[in-house]
Design a protein around this ligand. Structure first.
Ligand SMILES: C[S@@+](CC[C@H](N)C(=O)[O-])C[C@H]1O[C@@H](n2cnc3c(N)ncnc32)[C@H](O)[C@@H]1O
Length: 202
């Protein structure tokens, strides 16, 4: 899928906007909850991605990656979809209330998705504005959550994230500095759609 040089970015095709019926109820319920609670503090940095677009992209990656981590997993929808699609799926979310909702959705939809409360920014990441690190709504003063699973960022084949505008470089820097040499970052942007970047540091 990727040429052997570094890094490699692929803009994934526009999805045909079909979500399997098994996910429709989950996404509808999550969107309804967001509508009801959007003015509460837990949702201050939350906005949901285009789930159809993310689903299509994950479907393209089936068979190529095994472990998937959602950074800022919010209500957990992408992590839950990934788990039901056969990936080993994990989500990290800083807002405790959102983690609770995500766990409730995972239970209701009966799957193995795992959620941890804390930061997806690894504790050993060195913040460096001169490298383009900029945080708009991503929390940078909370301990990393990886230890709760006795894991680290290097254990994941694919990270999925929805960075706020201008945070894209920061997210790339985390992957480059702390991710595995062949790790993939799948990211969603409301204007640009879905992008897949391979951080081939070898
Ligand atoms: C733009 S929303 C994305 C929600 C979901 N991933 C999606 O794509 O639909 C970003 C989420 O990241 C969370 N967040 C912000 N900083 C974080 C951090 N350092 N670690 C974990 N989650 C964080 C916010 O609370 C919010 O739920």
């Amino acid at each position: 899928m990727f040429p052997n040089h570094k890094p490699y970015t692929k803009r994934l095709q526009a999805p045909d906007k079909t979500l399997p019926p098994e996910f429709k109820q989950l996404t509808d319920e999550a969107e309804q909850l967001w509508t009801e609670k959007c003015d509460t503090p837990a949702f201050h940095a939350y906005v949901s991605a285009d789930y159809e677009a993310v689903y299509e992209s994950l479907a393209e990656l089936r068979g190529q990656v095994h472990t998937v981590l959602e950074w800022g997993s919010g209500l957990g929808v992408v992590t839950i979809m990934a788990s039901r699609m056969g990936f080993e799926a994990y989500g990290i979310e800083v807002e405790p209330q959102l983690v609770e909702y995500a766990k409730q959705f995972a239970e209701a939809y009966g799957n193995q998705a795992q959620f941890a409360q804390g930061s997806f920014v690894p504790d050993d990441f060195v913040w460096n504005p001169s490298s383009g690190d900029e945080a708009i709504r991503t929390m940078i003063d909370t301990p990393g959550a990886y230890g709760q699973w006795d894991m680290e960022l290097q254990d994941f084949d694919l990270v999925y994230a929805y960075p706020w505008p201008d945070e894209r470089t920061f997210y790339h820097n985390i992957m480059r500095d702390c991710g595995r040499c062949d790790a993939l970052l799948l990211s969603y942007d409301a204007r640009e759609g879905v992008e897949l970047v391979r951080f081939n540091k070898g």
